[in-house]
Design a protein around this ligand. Structure first.
Ligand code: NAP
Length: 249
């Protein structure tokens, strides 16, 4: 029987955990431990870093893991690189479960940038009201453009003051609706949106809201990763597991 390590922290990982639990698979869900109240999972759960690629390889060997499913966020590049290296070192099979990136459609005003630093530089010089829909970890570089007001949407109440002079945080956990996000952008008189190209439906609402209001979006493209196998949906990954372990899961 396959012994699976599921690297999580996303809604896809929760769906994957559900499918694995229903199939009676021997799997462990791994959280980084970033949020105060991680969602309960129907699988045994471990929390916290492994200690780099070597630490993950050690954990894989110790727990006799045969398959690693990387369902982490597309911007969580370090853990994904570690998973590639740890699987190569141990011989565990790797599969990434990753949502397709968003693609601009008619009416979208997206400015693509490769990273956070370029997103900071892409904002206008005149004072603007900016919705920073990028999570808490990456907001500090925006302090360099202190003329702007920043609206943040965070999962947890920040325990420390925000690292930006003019900023406000709304505490909310997705999925969000287009109507709700239009109301949010109007209420805070937002005129620029900064987003990471996460993909998926739950976080898409802000982009549809920006389009509806004619707002420009600074879209941060995904970090590049070494080549790895990728699937887009849970059913595909379940098929892959069934085929790669003769006994199925
Ligand atoms: P990251 O930069 O790729 O990872 C930093 C370190 O955190 C990794 O080296 C690893 O520590 C640990 N780590 C990350 N994910 C882990 C997991 N699932 N299980 C155990 N350890 C993990 O990741 P990040 O951007 O900080 O994201 C952290 C978590 O939040 C991820 O699980 C991701 O799925 C989730 N998330 C991230 C974003 C985002 O925009 N980045 C958005 C939504 C959710 P060691 O090297 O010590 O093993």
């Amino acid at each position: 029987m396959a012994r699976i390590l599921l690297l999580g922290g996303t809604s896809e990982a929760s769906q994957m955990a559900q499918a694995l639990a229903e199939a009676g698979a021997e799997a462990t869900y791994s959280y980084a431990g970033r949020t105060e109240r991680p969602m309960a999972q129907p699988l045994p759960t471990r929390v916290g870093g492994f200690g780099g690629a070597d630490g993950m390889a050690e954990w894989i060997r110790e727990h006799r893991i045969s398959h690693v499913i990387d369902a982490t966020h597309p911007f969580a590049a370090r853990i994904s690189r570690n998973a590639i290296a740890a699987c190569a070192a141990t011989g565990a099979e790797l599969m990434a479960l990753e949502r397709a990136p968003w693609v601009a459609g008619a009416g979208d005003r997206w400015f693509h940038v490769p990273d956070i630093g370029s997103a900071v530089a892409a904002l206008p010089d005149f004072p603007a009201r900016v919705f920073l829909a990028i999570g808490r970890q990456n907001v500090a570089p925006f302090a360099a453009r202190s003329q702007h007001f920043y609206l943040l949407r965070l999962v947890d109440d920040p325990l420390e003051p925000l690292p930006l002079p003019k900023a406000e945080a709304v505490i909310a956990r997705g999925p969000f609706t287009v109507e709700g996000d239009i109301a949010l952008l109007k209420k805070h008189r937002i005129d620029w949106v900064v987003a990471k190209n996460a993909g998926g439906s739950g976080a898409r609402a802000k982009l549809d809201a920006a389009r509806a209001l004619g707002l420009p979006v600074v879209m941060i493209d995904r970090p590049a990763l070494p080549p790895r196998p990728v699937m887009r949906c849970v059913a595909e990954v379940m098929d892959w597991l069934a085929h790669s372990t003769r006994l199925g899961v």
